[in-house]
Design a protein. Structure first.
Length: 108
């Protein structure tokens, strides 16, 4: 039997979700966090930045509570949306980012 890996999603910390965990607002926040679990870091910033902009005043703080992302990350996503240029096949991280290969860390 193949065991499936379960992803942990952020649990919303807003007062509405804490008061009514099975309410419509809580379901919406869970759906947002499920979508974020499938995105890479750049598209997560853009998606949350867009949602915060749609919410208007207080949107950054609210989306920070819903998603667990920092306010500076959400602001950065909003700023990137303003100056977004269509790029096909661009890398997510700069060259050299990420973990070192095992051979580089321990050549033995």
């Amino acid at each position: 039997m193949v065991e499936r890996k379960r992803h942990k999603f952020h649990r919303c910390e807003c007062a509405t979700c804490r008061a009514h965990p099975s309410g419509q607002v809580a379901k919406e926040h869970k759906a947002i966090n499920r979508v974020l679990g499938t995105l890479d870091e750049r598209t997560r910033r853009h998606f949350v930045g867009l949602l915060a902009r749609q919410r208007g005043r207080g949107g950054i703080q609210l989306l920070g509570k819903i998603t667990g992302m920092s306010r500076t990350t959400i602001r950065r996503g909003q700023a990137e949306l303003v100056r977004l240029k269509p790029t096909a096949g661009a890398a997510i991280r700069r060259a050299g980012g990420g973990r070192w290969s095992v051979e580089k860390r321990d050549p033995n």
